[in-house]
Design a protein around this ligand. Structure first.
Ligand SMILES: Nc1nc2c(ncn2[C@@H]2O[C@H](COP(=O)(O)OP(=O)(O)OP(=O)(O)O)[C@@H](O)[C@H]2O)c(=O)[nH]1
Ligand SMILES: [Mg+2]
Length: 312
């Protein structure tokens, strides 16, 4: 097939890595890459589609954008133009409480499909941990289990991504995000870290997000680990719809369309809690998140104040 001519100064590409004052852009037309200068804090993120004209980079409109907030109230865009969020966890180190629920709610609110990846299936603690994860999340989302170290269990993830998805790995530092990508694409050789050291120093091994094309199709972004998945601009209504475990109850099943499942009459969620269909501990977590979301709606700096209070 004849190759389409692409003018050198008007090319469309995708940002595959971001280095502060420069971005690495991949041009799909001829599979070439270029480093393009950008202003610090330019707001570009990995996954952004861009057009380069006379060395100037213009970002094209995003089809999706996933954000999170850190404990100090700082907003971060996790990725752009994604359709899947891969929440990577392991039994060592464990994710902080609430991490998985917040990630799922954020992904659903941003119209991304969340999936769970339980890595380190080779560790003795893994079987119990996987059983606990499955008992809570099995009905809510797809769960992959694998060992990046042994290269086992990767196939279902490869098949899933070959449908043409673009996803990002998120998870605490040390769960093995980069190791999984190395197992999928041995040639990329991403740096991975010793857990004991990482935990002691609390430092990330991966410091920049990078996008990788998978051999069988699909794209995956490796990202630096983080612990805070603070909700950004999530309404109480979104939380009450997207909280994992409430899918079966369904919004339509409650008497009120905007039911927050707290004390409203004829609430299907409360009914299920009373009947044992929804675990009381899960419902308590939901109520805590609801209080937080409502507080953030009234008082946007609520999280920052709470963080300051915790430190003193
Ligand atoms: N036992 C076991 N160890 C693993 C597995 N996958 C990764 N590790 C180890 O876990 C440690 C951390 O792995 P990384 O891939 O650097 O973790 P990461 O999630 O990318 O960490 P950050 O880049 O800091 O966010 C390394 O010592 C890996 O060798 C696994 O499947 N089993
Ligand atoms: Mg890493």
């Amino acid at each position: 097939m004849k190759k389409k001519h692409v003018p050198a100064d008007n090319r469309e590409g995708v940002i595959v890595a971001h280095y502060g004052v420069a971005v690495d852009v991949l041009f799909a037309e001829d599979n070439t890459r270029s480093m393009i200068r950008v202003k610090r804090n330019s707001g570009h993120v990995v996954g952004d589609k861009v057009v380069i004209k006379e060395e100037v980079l213009t970002r094209l409109e995003r089809s999706s954008e996933l954000s999170r907030m850190d404990a100090r109230g700082g907003r971060h865009i996790v990725g752009a133009n994604l359709d899947v969020l891969c929440i990577v966890v392991s039994c060592e180190p464990l994710p902080p409480p609430g991490f998985i629920d917040r990630a799922i709610v954020s992904a659903r609110a941003a119209h991304l499909r969340p999936v769970l990846i339980v890595n380190k299936s080779d560790l003795p603690c893994s079987a119990d941990y996987l059983a606990a994860i499955e008992s809570v999340y099995k009905k809510s989302l797809k769960i992959f289990t694998m060992s990046a170290e042994h290269g086992t269990g990767l196939e279902p993830l490869v098949t899933f991504f070959s449908e043409g998805h673009r996803g990002v790995f998120v998870g605490p530092t040390g769960v093995g995000k980069s190791s999984i990508l190395n197992a999928l694409l041995p040639k990329i050789n991403l740096t991975t870290g010793e857990i004991s050291e990482t935990k002691k120093r609390g430092r990330n091994t991966t410091t920049v997000s990078t996008l990788h094309l998978l051999s069988d199709g699909g794209e995956l972004i490796d990202s630096p680990g983080f612990n805070d998945f603070g909700l950004v601009d999530i309404s109480a209504e979104q939380l009450s719809t997207y909280f994992p475990g409430f899918e079966e109850a369904g919004r339509q099943a409650c008497r009120f369309r905007d039911c927050k499942h707290r004390e409203e009459p004829e609430c299907r969620v409360i009914e299920l809690v009373d009947q044992g269909g929804i675990d009381t501990a899960r419902y308590t977590i939901y109520l805590q998140m609801l209080t937080e979301v409502e507080a953030l709606q009234i008082e946007p700096d609520y999280r920052e104040r709470r963080h300051r209070r915790k430190k003193t």
